[in-house]
Design a protein around this ligand. Structure first.
Ligand code: NAD
Ligand code: DAO
Ligand code: ZN
Length: 434
């Protein structure tokens, strides 16, 4: 009796697995067949275009040329909306019109000549910091990259091999793959341009990720979440049983808290002038909360000193600035622990703004650090972060406040500026949730 029941369960499980695999294979085949239909052709699709440095985005039809040598064309499923996407594009050299967006997830539609690390149908996240691994030394538009040599690989993630053209909003060969319907050039943004139903990226700017992950959500790992988490794990390498503090509880600051919790901090101090941010910071693992404007005694430095022991020089072992304000950057350095405190600048201050402190702060052993994309090497590490999310060990869903179709992208920016949204996700393919 027991044997029959057991065989029946086994048989049903087999049928279930067989059906599941058949559906996956079928979906994959349909995707590859439709991709073959567009391969090598110009694709006309919708994109949110910023025509001038200031002003709202316009949803228009654009033409997306096929990928050239060492390039990849991607069907974007979802894209997060971040402050950097609005009106103040990061690089002064950025040209307009431009397709913004740098927190995207998508599927490879076609690949250009010479591409070997990515194939049609792969699920990917575009990277605003590429990773060439110094493997393109003999390619005309690339060359030697000292940042990615074996010798320096562990020191930095700042691959520099296409830094010039990327900053100008063009592909490594100096041209754009985007144009308006009447043939005017539309520029790329940060090597990603994820506010388009299709985009083209260099192969070195694409991280392949596990197919099980929802592409509408994991695009957020293309910037803010990875930056905060990586600042803790890669850049500073926080040790357990220590005290960490973070200034600014937006998406980046919360991701810092997520990292500090995983690293095993015994106290995590959350600092923000907007107290509405505290409950979420608590959910992420913060233990202490302070509003510098209303702090008891009126002095944040004194408050932190007391919280960390009260003796001369006491303070958090690690501090992170996730606002982009040079005053709070100085506080984060000066309030960290004498002798060994490490302070990490994550926030991007307005162009030209300088930081200051007394040089004696360094003499007494404090260290000032900074991070870009949390020190993450995208092609090497991002797939692992996505797997960590799938395993329930990294939060992503919790960062998403709203979801909008592409046509409502300006509304997503309004929600970001009003502080209502931590992050909004834009669905590029008619609300498809793959
Ligand atoms: P956000 O605007 O969502 O969050 C900022 C938070 O800081 C808000 O909660 C705000 O209330 C708080 N704040 C503002 N002024 C404050 C003050 N004086 N004291 C205390 N709190 C204050 O921003 P975000 O998306 O979390 O990004 C944070 C910063 O990180 C930005 O400067 C962004 O450009 C930068 N960033 C850097 C990298 C990198 O690679 N280094 C990557 C992504 C983002
Ligand atoms: O290599 O010179 C360089 C610059 C690398 C880009 C660093 C960007 C970090 C800031 C990102 C801000 C938000 C997206
Ligand atoms: Zn490189």
């Amino acid at each position: 009796m027991c044997v029959i029941l057991y065989s029946k369960i086994l048989f049903n499980s087999f049928i279930y697995l067989y059906n599941y695999i058949s559906v996956c294979v079928c979906v994959c085949n349909i995707y590859i067949m439709s991709a073959i239909a567009t391969e090598g052709k110009v694709i006309t699709c919708k994109a949110a275009v910023q025509f001038e440095r200031k002003g709202e985005l316009q949803i228009v039809d654009v033409q997306v040329a096929p990928p050239k040598r060492l390039e990849v064309r991607i069907k974007i499923i979802g894209s997060g909306v971040c402050h950097t996407d609005y009106s103040e594009p990061l690089y002064a050299s950025q040209q307009f019109p431009v397709i913004l967006g740098h927190e995207g997830g998508g599927i490879v539609e076609s690949i250009g000549e010479g591409v070997t690390s990515v194939k049609v149908g792969d699920h990917v996240i575009p990277l605003y910091i590429p990773e060439c691994r110094n493997e393109y030394e003999n390619e005309p538009n690339y060359g030697f990259c000292c940042y990615c040599t074996k010798k320096n690989f562990a020191k930095t993630n700042l691959c520099g091999v296409i830094r010039g053209p990327q900053g100008k909003g063009v592909m490594p060969d100096g041209t754009s793959r985007f144009s308006t319907m009447d043939g005017k050039v539309v520029h790329h943004f940060m090597g990603c341009s994820t506010f388009s139903q299709y985009t083209v990226c260099p192969e070195i700017s694409v991280a392949v990720v596990p197919k099980e992950a929802p592409l509408d959500k994991i695009g957020l790992l293309g910037c803010g979440i990875t930056t905060g988490y990586g600042a803790v794990m890669n850049t500073i390498k926080v040790e357990p049983d220590t005290i960490g503090a973070v200034w600014g509880l937006g998406g980046v600051g919360l991701a810092v808290i997520m990292g500090l919790k995983e690293a095993g901090c015994r106290k995590i101090v959350a600092i923000d002038i907007n107290e509405a941010k505290f409950p979420m910071a608590k959910d992420f693992g913060a233990t202490d909360f302070v509003n510098p404007k209303t702090v008891e005694g009126g002095d944040l430095g004194v408050y932190l000193n007391k919280l960390c022991g009260g003796y001369p020089g006491a303070g958090p072992d690690y501090t992170f600035e996730a606002i982009g304000n040079t005053t709070t950057m100085r506080q984060a350095l000066e309030y960290c622990h004498k002798g060994w405190g490490k302070s990490c600048i994550i926030g991007v201050a307005p162009e030209g703004k300088e930081i200051a402190t007394r040089s004696f702060q360094m003499v007494i052993g404090k260290e000032w650090h900074g991070t870009a994309f949390g020190g993450t090497r995208g092609r090497t590490q991002l797939g692992g972060y996505v797997q960590k999310y799938l395993d329930g060990k990294l939060k992503v869903d919790e960062f998403i406040t709203f979801t909008f179709p592409l046509k409502d992208i300006n509304e997503a920016f309004h929600k970001l500026h009003s502080g209502e949204a931590l992050r909004s996700v834009i669905l590029l393919q008619d609300g498809a949730n793959m």
